[in-house]
Design a protein. Sequence first.
Length: 72
Amino acid sequence: MPAKAKWALIADGIRAQIQSGELAPGDKLPSTSELCRQHDVSAIVVRQAINALKIEGLVEGVGGVGVFVAER
């Protein structure tokens, strides 16, 4: 079985934090640069993870402000 893509692993981690309640609706996610540092990846990888979570409806982006956990 091939290794999971880095963006998918990051998305899985954030998804788990949301599902466990560690990140609650309205909470702001770390910045792209912070997530890059935490996971030692490029901004493109972080953006792919965030986009996947947006498609699932778990997070919402607010232009110039950040990405927040969506209301359930």
